[in-house]
Design a protein around this ligand. Structure first.
Ligand SMILES: Nc1ncnc2c1ncn2[C@@H]1O[C@H](COP(=O)(O)OP(=O)(O)OP(=O)(O)O)[C@@H](O)[C@H]1O
Ligand SMILES: [Mg+2]
Length: 396
């Protein structure tokens, strides 16, 4: 897609029609920045003649650092050496005269070709080596249903997205009965089922078309609407989706079904942190213990596991210390019970962003700050980010 910023409606329309249906007009610099924050795959911006040169240069300079594959085309009424040298210094790729509509279209086409070559080169691992993985992947799991996985995953993702921690994707791997879409009141046009047609050739633009934005800023990849579609989604496809998301986002939060299936194990393998949840009842704790034992059997690094107790204040005669002793694992987070949780889910609004002072929100924020977000000293140097298999320690 191409975003056009031009304040004169007639001028904006003539540029848009020269660029075809893949171009959109944004009405202000602020909205252009918001669009770029949400559309992480945007590769071209056209700044029309009414955009102030200083603003254009400042935006281009900023994008050169934050979005190096994105190209800026500057359209001017008059082009002189001062305009050209300022543009060059700011990193603007092309400057075109406003009446030269085919020149504008050619500049955009050229930028897109370069962006596509950059992407495929990086994707192939050629030249510059494998693409940097930047995301922290967090999987939320419990072997027993109804322990609060979707509640934690949606609330954690929304909180990360609204607390300036970077870009966030939320993936619903509960392929048959996922309810992330409902919990966030999303109206998805596409789901993970649409990735099947693209197979393992799925690329960034293909993935982008499957995401549904939520107003918190997170991008959701929702589960298929038809439970039967789940069967068509292979583990290889899930791995491809997670790898692509890990390249594009700062955080990827994964909700799961209550079963240790191949998709879930693949997500574990890719995850920096697996939050294993239980409630204070014997069936949930038994399943949690079995999960921990299974993970030990497959040599899953213990430091990547975090046991989270939901409804931890329930008075059911089980002491937390006893539970930890039985599990042989510390409980790193305790989320209390609150009627506000189902009420917020029914409204389709995450409690963490709707009512930050609610004890449930406070507990999830603490979990985010103390466990999910790595401390400075644990931050992985950029050059090591593509290899996460080694056990990395998280701040506890
Ligand atoms: N801390 C809490 N206090 C009160 N209600 C809660 C709490 N956490 C979750 N719930 C409620 O419990 C129910 C199950 O929660 P949720 O859907 O998050 O569980 P789940 O593990 O995703 O379930 P499933 O295994 O079916 O996917 C929901 O109605 C939710 O609103
Ligand atoms: Mg769920």
């Amino acid at each position: 897609m191409t975003a056009i910023l031009e304040f004169d409606p007639a001028g904006a329309e003539s540029i848009r029609s020269a660029l075809g249906p893949d171009a959109i007009v944004v009405p202000s610099l602020r909205e252009l920045r918001e669009h770029l924050d949400v559309d992480l795959f945007e590769d071209c911006v056209v700044l029309g003649p009414s955009v102030d040169q200083i603003d254009a240069d400042a935006l281009a300079e900023d994008l050169r650092i934050t979005r190096p594959t994105l190209g800026v085309v500057l359209v001017r009424q008059r082009i002189d050496t001062a305009v050209l040298s300022d543009a060059l210094r700011a990193g603007i790729r092309e400057v075109v005269q406003e009446r030269d509509l085919s020149g504008i279209a050619n500049a955009v086409r050229h930028i897109k070709e370069v962006a596509s070559r950059q992407r495929s080169r990086l994707g192939e691992g050629g030249g510059e080596g494998p693409r940097e993985r930047r995301a922290r992947l967090v999987t939320v799991f419990s072997a027993k249903g109804g322990c609060g996985k979707t509640t934690l995953a949606t609330n954690l993702a929304a909180l990360l997205a609204t607390s300036n921690r970077g870009t966030v994707a939320l993936v619903d791997l509960d392929l048959s009965f996922g309810d992330v879409g409902i919990a966030l009141q999303l109206f998805p046009t596409h789901t993970l089922a649409d990735a099947v047609a693209m197979g393992i050739d799925l690329d960034e633009p293909g993935l982008k078309s499957l995401l549904t934005p939520h107003r918190s800023g997170l991008q959701a990849l929702v589960a298929p609407l038809e439970p039967s579609s789940a069967e068509t989604i292979t583990t290889e496809l899930v791995v491809r989706v997670l790898d692509l998301l890990a390249e594009e986002f700062d955080y990827v939060v994964i909700d799961t079904p209550p079963a240790l299936d191949d998709h879930v194990l693949a997500a574990f393998d890719k995850s920096d942190l697996v939050a294993v949840m239980a409630t204070l009842d014997i069936p949930a704790l038994k399943n949690l213990k079995l999960t921990l034992e299974t993970l030990e059997l497959i040599s899953f690094p213990r430091e990547r596991l975090a046991v989270v107790l939901n409804r931890a204040d329930s008075k059911v005669g089980l002491a937390i210390g006893e539970v930890e002793k039985t599990l042989k694992a510390p409980i790193v987070a305790q989320i209390p019970s609150s009627r506000d949780v189902p009420a917020s889910t029914n409204r389709g609004v995450p409690l963490t962003t709707d009512d930050p002072k609610n004890p449930v929100s406070v507990a999830i924020r603490q979990f985010m700050e103390q466990v999910v977000v790595p401390s400075e000293k644990d931050a992985i140097p950029t050059e090591m980010r593509s290899d996460r298999r080694g056990g990395r320690r998280w701040k506890r």
